[in-house]
Design a protein around this ligand. Structure first.
Ligand code: LP5
Ligand code: MN
Length: 240
């Protein structure tokens, strides 16, 4: 019995190793799990479900194969692929979850999220996030021709890279008080998230008890997952 969590694969045409690693992971590891949770940034960027590139179709088909084999797959949006919608969910068989979700796994109550909302010191990002999550702005963006959307996304990526080079590492990490407040709000002692690309299981205190924050790694040179079983919560890295 096991439930697997992954995040920050950043799949794109330019990095075929990650795609191959993900396909291998689905066919050889996820297929034996009770469920797979993808906690955002599955793709490097997502500009609309109508952008049906061969990569997107291949990934949708591979996830669908997993789901058809009896392993449900759940998805929480990241800051790069928050525009993944119902059409891609249908094609892939993934179930879209809200940005924070409480799950009960083998008796352990856990909260899962992408992790970007915990980076409250990064006020520039939070302001950007608030804007691009406005439904009316998303509707206008999604109505634009694909080539134009691609150009805007590239501008945003370049702007983000430039902004990040001037930000300290601590600004781009989670805010400790935001973590404690979130664990308190949801009455849980376990949190699993990605986004910061700093894989680690941190012990802390919340709700006057021991708590754990489990951070997934990005799929740069190897894969990263968290495996929850009735006995254990393990952070595991593995070659592609
Ligand atoms: O993504 P990453 O790792 O570089 O940094 C993130 C934060 N940046 C982002 C921006 C994304 O990378 C952009 C993805 C776009 C793809 C989808 C397009 C959909 C558009 C929908 C419109 C409705 O998330 C970064 C954080 C970092 O994580 C760590 O947490 O710091 O935040 C920023 O860099 C925000 C900056 O502070 C400001 C962003 C500048 C964007 C410039 C906009 C230019 C737009 C031009 C449009 C015509
Ligand atoms: Mn992210």
């Amino acid at each position: 019995m096991s439930t697997l969590f992954i995040a920050d694969l950043h799949l794109c045409d330019e990095e075929p190793a990650q795609t191959a690693g993900f396909l291998h992971f689905l066919a050889h590891q996820a297929v034996h799990a009770d469920a797979l949770y993808i906690l955002g940034d599955l793709f490097e960027s997502w500009i609309g479900d109508d952008d049906t590139t061969p990569l997107h179709l291949q990934i949708a088909a591979a996830i669908k194969t997993l789901v058809n084999s009896g392993v449900p797959c759940y998805f929480i949006h990241g800051n790069r692929d928050f525009l993944i919608g119902k059409r891609f969910a249908r094609a892939s068989g993934m179930i879209l979850l809200p940005e924070s979700q409480r799950v009960d796994l083998y008796g352990r109550k856990m909260l899962i999220m992408h992790g970007d909302t915990l980076c409250t010191d990064d006020t520039g990002y939070q302001a950007f996030r608030e804007k691009v999550h406005r439904p009316w702005l998303q509707m206008i963006f999604l109505a634009l021709p694909l080539f134009f959307r691609r150009r805007i996304a590239a501008k945003m990526r370049a702007g983000s890279k430039a902004a990040n080079s001037n930000k300290s590492l601590s600004i781009m990490d989670v805010n400790p008080q935001a973590v404690v407040d979130t664990l308190t709000q949801y009455h849980v002692q376990w949190l699993i998230h990605g986004h910061t690309h700093r894989p680690e299981i941190h012990a802390l205190v919340a709700n006057q008890q021991q708590a754990f924050r489990c951070v997934l790694g990005a799929w740069h040179h190897e894969g990263s997952m968290i495996k929850v079983t009735p006995e254990n919560v393990e952070l595991i890295s593995f070659p592609f």
